[in-house]
Design a protein around this ligand. Structure first.
Ligand code: CA
Length: 479
């Protein structure tokens, strides 16, 4: 009885189970074709005599497809390449960032230089227009006063110098009426009469000099601290040359100070100041427009003439200040120019002219000298070379040079605040030797150093600043 009851229950359970397990299968076969399979369990057989069937086949097909997919995702060349690329990507990105940064920096620098160039061109154009305008103005009968112009202060403005000629490029600003708005320098607070008196007093006071042998012509013993006279107020004055004529010729007096700002490709203006004080105030009394462009900071003055190197050439020019004409022109034989043999700071400082007790000198180099400094004494009248000396000092290893009493001295550095005068060459003996005389580059970019025979000082142009140094000379040596 119990057994019969159990069979009935199992039969019901199997029946219900069979009904629940009937199913429709759908899946791709091995070829990817969709296949439908209806399955229902056998109501009588506990197990099939063979395994497999559509259900297993379908599972196998799906498994195969999954294997293919997994294989694609985890193996093969493509994955390997992607892996390498992923590893290389950070390095490439870093390089790209670096290149992009450098490009941005260069673009910024380019924009800055373009702006600077535009500023320079604008300034030159303003100066040219102002010069033309001033030239066309009639001179007043009495013109002791000149007004500064903001755009030209310190570089284009002037009071009349004594002895201006009809041919002169002297430019006067005769009328201060209605122009008071342009006054921006307190220096102009000085009234004309008082100013003239002050100037006269200054003229009569002898300049202090630290040398005990001021009248002798011995070897350089020491150089004093730099004294600042004026700071150029535009980029055009970062480099330049300033000088005095040790043997001034009428119409200019011995106190006249001259200056050329040498930044730019159109350097041809020579500014004259009646004395050091006017230079310090930035009030030129004279502007001469030179007929030939000036190259670099090697110009000098002697006996009423400006001597300078014509731009992009080895031609030397003697420009007569009184007649404002070229009095002589001659090539300096074999001299390098326009960057062939400059001083260490560059600046096309190939030919450096100067004057000392024995006359006019040129310091330069030639291909034959292989860059070593050549010193030539020049005839100041016709610029012919009178005599030359070849040293064994490479010109581009020194910052600058100057000549005192026939001895050429070289300065080691143009940037080091505390550097040395490191070499002297005596043209009297034809011998050179090392020396160690302290020299100070106060503003750390000294672009011109020359002996100023008129004041027996060194004049220098140090990073916009016109400075001078007292020098102390020893006694004349017996040899
Ligand atoms: Ca020099």
């Amino acid at each position: 009885m119990f057994l019969l009851l159990s069979l009935c229950v199992c039969g019901l359970l199997l029946r219900g189970d069979a009904q629940d397990r009937a199913a429709l299968w759908r899946g791709n076969d091995r070829s990817g074709r969709c296949q439908y399979t209806f399955t229902v369990p056998s109501p009588a057989e506990a197990s099939c005599p063979q395994t497999g069937g559509p259900e297993v086949e379908g599972l196998k097909a799906r498994l195969s497809l999954l294997e293919v997919l997994v294989s694609r995702l985890t193996g093969g060349d493509t994955v390997t390449t992607q892996g390498t690329g992923a590893r290389a990507q950070p390095g490439l990105q870093e390089a790209l960032n670096r290149v992009t940064g450098e490009r941005n920096l260069l673009q910024g620098e380019k924009r800055r230089l373009e702006q600077e160039l535009e500023g320079l061109q604008r300034r030159m154009e303003e100066m040219r227009r102002e010069t033309e305008r001033l030239r066309n103005r009639p001179c007043p009968p009495q013109a002791p006063v000149v007004q500064p112009n903001p755009s030209l202060q310190d570089s284009g403005l002037m009071r009349p110098a004594g002895g201006s000629s009809q041919m002169s490029h002297l430019v006067n600003r005769p009328d201060r009426q209605g122009d008071s708005s342009s006054l921006r320098d307190s220096a102009w607070q000085y009234g004309p009469p008082g100013f003239q008196e002050l100037k006269a007093e200054v003229t009569e006071v002898p300049a202090p000099d630290g040398s005990e042998d001021n009248t002798g012509c011995g070897e350089l013993v020491s150089v004093g601290e730099p004294v600042t006279h004026r700071k150029a107020d535009s980029i055009a004055g970062k480099y330049g040359v300033w000088m005095q004529d040790p043997e001034a010729v009428s119409p200019y007096g011995p106190n006249m100070v001259w200056r050329i700002d040498t930044i730019g490709s159109d350097v041809r203006q020579l500014f004259g100041y009646e004395d050091m004080e006017q230079l310090s105030k930035g009030f030129p009394s004279k502007v001469l427009v030179l007929p030939e462009l000036v190259e670099s900071t090697g110009a000098t003055l002697y006996r009423g003439s400006l001597y300078y190197q014509r731009r992009r050439s080895r031609s030397l020019i003697r420009f007569d200040l009184a007649s404002e004409t070229i009095a002589a022109r001659r090539d300096l034989p074999h001299a390098g120019f326009h960057g062939q043999f400059p001083y260490s700071w560059g600046g096309y400082t190939d030919i450096d002219l100067s004057v000392d007790e024995s006359g006019l000198w040129a310091v330069y180099s030639t291909t034959k000298a292989k860059g070593a400094i050549v010193i030539s004494q020049l005839d100041p009248h016709n610029l012919e070379v009178k005599r030359s000396w070849e040293t064994n000092i490479r010109k581009n290893t020194v910052a600058n040079s100057f000549i005192i009493c026939g001895r050429m001295y070289t300065v080691a550095s143009y940037t080091a605040p505390d550097t040395l005068i490191n070499f002297v060459y005596d043209t009297e003996t034809g011998q050179g030797k090392s020396v160690s005389i302290p020299f100070r580059n106060k503003y750390r970019y000294n672009s011109m150093i020359d002996y100023n025979l008129a004041q027996r000082k060194l004049f220098a142009w140090d990073n916009f600043h016109m400075v001078s140094y007292d020098v102390r000379l020893g006694r004349q040596q017996a040899n």
